[in-house]
Ligand binder design. Sequence first.
Ligand code: ADP
Ligand code: MG
Length: 320
Amino acid sequence: RLVAARIAAGEVIDRPAAIARELIDNSIDAKASEISVDVRGGGIESLSVIDDGCGIEKDDLPLTTQPHATSKISQLDDLYHLNTMGFRGEALYSISSVSKLSISSNGWTYTADCTTDGELTKGGCERGTRITSEELFKNLPVRRSFLKREASEAQLIKNTFISKAMAFENIHFKYYQDGALKLDLPKRNTLMDRVLDILTIDQKLMRSDFVFLESENSIYKIRIVASLPSLHRSDRSGIKIYVNSRAVDEYSLCQAVSYGYGEALPGGAFPYTVVFVDEDPELVDFNIHPAKKEVKIRNRAEIHHAISSLIHEKLPKSIP
Ligand code: ADP
Ligand code: MG
């Protein structure tokens, strides 16, 4: 059973940033209004995510690290109506098979790792939930040897943190690295404010270089934070696509952004554009890939067209 656990875990937990991704998703699903990420030693030594969400009942704590334990799918049918970030019920199980995991809520702490039976002790987080992963890959030296240096792993965690925070402006996000608060993103009233908080902190861009574009019908809602044509870069990495609040690798929708700019940008130039597509979960299938970065969008052609025409029609072509 131990061996099977380690193999299964390898698909999902390849580095500390993957742990951060899963724990932040859980805090979002727990309806947290504040999420803190605390990273030490590149997240290999320890990585904690602390939230003020719904918490976990004492009796449920030991169940959270069981394979396929999830509180998010009650009937199989729910798989086709997903509106939570998690649904496989394997993240905490996988993390506990590659590190020492402690889960603390309602004044109790459950500690589990691959070598011992879990242990429930009194004490710890009273409100919300605190989950800590320590000594990542201690028992898997080969896997550990594939990790980059601590500073690079911390950077990847920070990128994951930023990518999640981008889509949830109503959650206060804090990122601590080796004891220092590195990023503080207070709640914002609009998505555009959150996106610009991030773009202007992280990449030193200016708010006045961006516009907000929106279009909505009964099937989808598209919101775009788009840079004016005066601002651009020479690669695609400034284009981000979110579908139902998840960042996705979606080449065709990045292309839709470029089509929208068309002649407004010089050849070989790409904008800084963040696109949020929201639609009925029935039209979107995240089940293909464990990391949920791939998505099957049933009305992809329609969304593609909607993105490019929204940019093409509404983007100011020159600075007013
Ligand atoms: P999934 O998110 O797919 O359900 P996980 O392994 O990530 O599976 O989590 C297992 C369960 O543990 C969740 O379904 C949820 O009930 C509980 N849980 C995990 N993290 C939190 C949290 N931060 N707050 C409240 N409940 C949590
Ligand atoms: Mg989860």
